[in-house]
Each structure stands twice: as structure tokens, then as C-alpha cells.
Design a protein around this ligand. Structure first.
Ligand SMILES: C[S@@+](CC[C@H](N)C(=O)[O-])C[C@H]1O[C@@H](n2cnc3c(N)ncnc32)[C@H](O)[C@@H]1O
Length: 371
């Protein structure tokens, strides 16, 4: 930590030990962390109130073992996370629509979880930007630190992190957890962390389409703490970016399948069963797990329940085929869950469709709405 940073942090101790402890710890573990903290503003912040507000945010259960623990373990399991690499790669293409990233750039993940975006990129690309995340669940943040990824524990709407440090920023796989009445403030707060010319991508799922219904119907019913969150309508993500002052805003339909290699010798039914078991773990469907065991649900019954959510309409097919961010082999595009040979490897392909909006911070506008 630099002297300026440690002086700034020592001034905080009197105000709030716990949050100060967190900031000290993160700066000790990640020397570069001090660079992203807003030392000027920090001395005026009531850190006790900052922490209390942060702890009041509804986290979607991610700090409970049944959700954050199970979800987090699956995300930390790199081969498992790579089963969704096509969606993450499409987002990386949108981020780089104006300029390819390099190792000196900074990518800010505004909804970082335990750092999966970086974990996936680490496996898939030769050069990737430095990764800086933020999340509101201390459980997810701790998982990220154990995996050596810098993720801050803050409410982005507070000035704990400084403005204008990121070349790229992303919020993906969970933007629906941000309540509708604070979404604009969340996107504003992500946008202001961009440098001039930096690019922000916000991703989620379209309300009423099968992928969103997986969350609003299946997860809602079969996770004991429920999942009552609103997804996005067409145009909504783009409007949030425009209102955050970003330019050149576009929306994209992203093909986001699970692609799982099938164990040699496994039948198609066994491959589907393995996929259902993975979904139960990843999405923490504890009620479904209990019911399946108690009622000895057959693979067919589980399939009847799960398969409608992994399907694409003719409209989805049309939209994803016209989208240049989707660089996917033809053989991987399926309308329904399919087990097939691709280049001599048996794979299970479970289609999903996401939506993402991208915008760029204008070079000449430096003012953002106040936090
Ligand atoms: C499904 S996880 C996705 C994490 C990561 N983007 C990924 O791809 O694995 C959703 C994350 O959103 C975080 N979250 C929930 N509500 C939030 C909010 N209001 N602001 C920021 N993050 C939030 C949760 O703590 C959780 O870690």
C-alpha cells in the first residue's frame, strides 16, 4: 500500500472498525487495491452508515450457504464455469467493439460474484485486462479473494471506489437482482467508473422468454428462499445506458448455451441426468432436490419440468443468427436440449438466450449525475 493510501485509511479507523478492517485487509492482500479506492472522499464518509446500508441490501440469498455456497463452488470449478463460455465470450466481444483490450487495461465487474468473468477469460483468451470487481455479498467477495481475484465489498452507489478508472465495465448474470427502482442509479454508478472512451456492457434476460422464466418460475418454485426478481424488457437495458450518459448505445440478443462434454460411455439419458444434477447445484434448487429424492422422480419427469426452459423460439433463432457478437459454430446452435457429436466429441447443448446492451462513455463529457 502507498503511504498516501495508508494515511487515508488510518484516518478512517475511528469511524468504523469493521469496514476499515475490510479495506485494510483487501489492501494488504491486493497491493493494487489502494489505487481504486476514493481516498479523497473516504475521509468524509460515515463508514458505519456505509456498512449498515450495504448490509441492508437484499442480496438474492448469495450470502447463505444454500445459495452463495453452492453457486459459488460451481462457479469456482473452472471446467463447470466453462460450460457457459459462449455467453461470456459474446460479452467480451461487445466490450471490445471499439478497441481490443490488452493487459494494461482495467475491466471493472460491477456484479462480480466470486470473479467468474475473469476466471473464464483466464482460460479462453491470451491477453486479458486487469480485473477489478465489486459485489454486495461478503460471502461471494471472500470466495473471490480466496481465488486471488480483487473484488471490493461495496454498494456502487457510494463513493468508496473512485471514478474513471476502468477501460471496460460489465454487469452480467444477475443484473435482475438489482431492484427496479435502483437500476438507474446502479448503471450510473457503473458508468462513472469508466474512463472517457471506456465501454460498459449490461447483460440479463428478456422477461417472459424461456431463459428468464427459468428464473422466475423454476428457481422461484424450487429454491426454498424463492427468486422473485424482475427481468428486463427489450429496450430497457439500452435506455438505462443512455440515461447514464453513455453514447453509441446498442442492444444485442446473445446465444448463451450450456455446452457440456458427455462422459465417455454415458447414455443420452445419463448425460441429461448429469445436466439436471448440475442445474440443481448451480442454481441451488434445494426443494427440487428434496422432492426428486422423496418422490423418486424419474429422469423423464425432471426433463418435463426443466426442458421447456432450455428452448429457443423461431424469433430467438432469427435474432441470434443476425447478431455478430455470437461467434458460434453452426453445430452448437440448437432449438432444444440436444445430445450430439461435435467434431468427434459427444456434447450436451442446452440453449439459452440473453440480452445485452453496450454503451461508451463519451470522450468529452466528464460530468455524470451525482451519486
Ligand atoms: C448470479 S451472481 C452472478 C455473479 C457473476 N456476475 C457471475 O457471472 O458469476 C449475482 C451476484 O449479484 C450480486 N448482487 C445482488 N444484488 C446486488 C446489487 N443490488 N448490487 C450489486 N450486486 C448485487 C450477488 O451478491 C451475486 O454475487
Amino acid at each position: 500500500m502507498t503511504t498516501a493510501a495508508s494515511n487515508s485509511l488510518s484516518g478512517l479507523r475511528a469511524k468504523e472498525d469493521n469496514y476499515h478492517k475490510f479495506l485494510t485487509k483487501i489492501s494488504a492482500h491486493f497491493p493494487e487495491a489502494a489505487h481504486y479506492l476514493n481516498h479523497e472522499q473516504m475521509q468524509f464518509l460515515d463508514l458505519k452508515a456505509v456498512l449498515a446500508d450495504l448490509q441492508r441490501i437484499e442480496l438474492g440469498g448469495f450470502s447463505h450457504e444454500n445459495v452463495g455456497g453452492r453457486y459459488g463452488r460451481q462457479q469456482l470449478n473452472t471446467p463447470r464455469a466453462l460450460t457457459r463460455s459462449h455467453g461470456y465470450l459474446a460479452l467480451s466481444r461487445l466490450l471490445q467493439r471499439e478497441r481490443r483490450w490488452c493487459g494494461n487495461d482495467v475491466l471493472f465487474d460491477a456484479l462480480a460474484g466470486n470473479g467468474t468473468f475473469d476466471r473464464v477469460m483466464q482460460e479462453l483468451v491470451v491477453e486479458r485486462p486487469k480485473y477489478v470487481g465489486n459485489d454486495v455479498s461478503i460471502t461471494m467477495v471472500r470466495q473471490a479473494h480466496r481465488d486471488n481475484r480483487l473484488v471490493f465489498y461495496s454498494d456502487l452507489r457510494t463513493p468508496v471506489l473512485r471514478d474513471g478508472f476502468a477501460d471496460y465495465a460489465v454487469s452480467a448474470y444477475g443484473t435482475h437482482h438489482v431492484p427496479p427502482d435502483v437500476r438507474q442509479a446502479f448503471v450510473n454508478a457503473a458508468a462513472r467508473r469508466l474512463k472517457a472512451g471506456g465501454t460498459l456492457v449490461i447483460q440479463d434476460f428478456v422477461e417472459g422468454r424461456p431463459t428468464a422464466c427459468w428464473y422466475s418460475e423454476c428457481i422461484a418454485q424450487f429454491r426454498s428462499c424463492g427468486h422473485n426478481y424482475q427481468h428486463f424488457t427489450r429496450g430497457e437495458l439500452g435506455a438505462l445506458l443512455l440515461d447514464a450518459g453513455l453514447a453509441n448505445v446498442t442492444e444485442h440478443m446473445i446465444y448463451d448455451p450450456f455446452v457440456m462434454p458427455v462422459e465417455p460411455g454415458s447414455s443420452d439419458d445419463a448425460a441429461r441426468g448429469h445436466f439436471y444434477a448440475y442445474l440443481i447445484e448451480l442454481f441451488a434448487l434445494d426443494r427440487l432436490e428434496r422432492i426428486a429424492a422423496q418422490e423418486r422422480l424419474s429422469g423423464r419427469t425432471l426433463g418435463n419440468l426443466i426442458l421447456p426452459y432450455f428452448a429457443m423460439s423461431a424469433q430467438d433463432m432469427d435474432e441470434i443468427s443476425r447478431e455478430s457478437a455470437n461467434v458460434v459454430a453452426e453445430a452448437l446452435i440448437e432449438r432444444v436440449l440436444t445430445v450430439k457429436n461435435i467434431d468427434g466429441v459427444r456434447c450436451l447443448v442446452a440453449p439459452r438466450v440473453a440480452i445485452a446492451a453496450v454503451g461508451t462513455r463519451p470522450l468529452r463529457i466528464s460530468q455524470f449525475p451525482p451519486l
